[in-house]
Design a protein around this ligand. Structure first.
Ligand SMILES: CC(=O)CC(=O)O
Length: 260
């Protein structure tokens, strides 16, 4: 195979059977169950990368997301934690801390393309006992998260939900090592959700329990108080990302730096 042929198709590995398509990445009936809670600000400060800053409220959204119908990634579920932050431009933004999926395609593609911090596990989002929205996350045989919410309790304004989803910048810390183990890509990546069509949006009383697991340490951001909840069904496109900060280039440009 010629180098030019490799470069023409150099996206995901394996080269001859990539785990996902090259996009666009559209989601139909994407269902979110989100429980936003207050946590320990010192624990957040220790993990949020600069120039992002935590908010005074120290909020984390624990999310269960069902994606029954996506282009390029399949039919899958994910669960994890997103931290509310202020970005360098002073905007309210999201920083994805960890996500656990049951589908290899978006796990590999999400890591390699945008830098989503995804691992494989077993999340479930369902309606239980007819009246309860239930989200669970198991890592191997161990339960690490359980969320419950009253099903379709109080309706939210769909236009407000759509506006918030589209205007909020989302950030990721993309890390890809060089073959010698040193950092090759170390970037803060920004992406947006586009073409959002909100089909249903509800809020209601909820509970969230997080349990200790060394490989899925969601309980390291403890639940102090639940402050808001939502259950949203929407069609949307996950847009490609842009590099907000290149930490390696910035370090190399500093005159006092010994980072090569
Ligand atoms: C790649 C993805 O799967 C993105 C997402 O989690 O929405």
């Amino acid at each position: 195979m010629k180098a030019s042929d490799i470069l023409d198709n150099a996206t995901f590995m394996p080269f001859t059977a990539p785990p996902c398509s090259n996009g666009p990445y559209e989601f139909f009936d994407r269902e979110y169950f989100i429980i936003t809670y207050r946590t320990d600000p010192e624990k957040l400060r220790a993990i949020v990368p600069e120039p992002l800053q935590i908010t005074d409220e120290a909020l984390v959204s624990y999310e269960f997301i069902r994606m029954p119908n996506s282009t390029g990634f399949g039919n899958y579920t994910e669960s994890g934690q997103v931290i509310e932050v202020i970005d360098a431009e002073g905007r309210h933004a999201n920083y994805t801390h960890c996500m656990f999926l049951d589908d290899f395609g978006p796990t590999a593609g999400g890591r390699e393309l945008w830098g989503f911090p995804k691992k494989m596990a077993s999340p479930v989002l369902t309606v239980d006992n007819t009246d309860t929205l239930l989200g669970t996350l198991d890592y191997g045989s161990v339960r690490v998260a359980t969320g419950t919410m009253a099903y379709k309790y109080d309706e939210l304004d769909k236009a407000t939900v759509k506006a918030n989803m589209e205007k909020t910048p989302n950030y990721l810390l993309k890390l890809i090592p060089h073959v010698d183990g040193t950092p090759r890509i170390c970037e803060l990546v920004r992406y947006y959700l586009t073409d959002v069509e909100v089909k249903a949006a509800y809020t209601g009383p909820a509970t969230l329990q997080l349990f200790d697991h060394v490989m899925a340490p969601v309980s390291k951001l403890p639940v102090l108080e639940i402050v808001k909840t939502s259950h949203i069904i929407a069609n949307l496109t996950l847009a490609l990302g842009e590099v907000a900060v290149d930490y390696i280039a910035d370090a190399q440009a500093r005159p006092d730096s010994n980072f090569q």
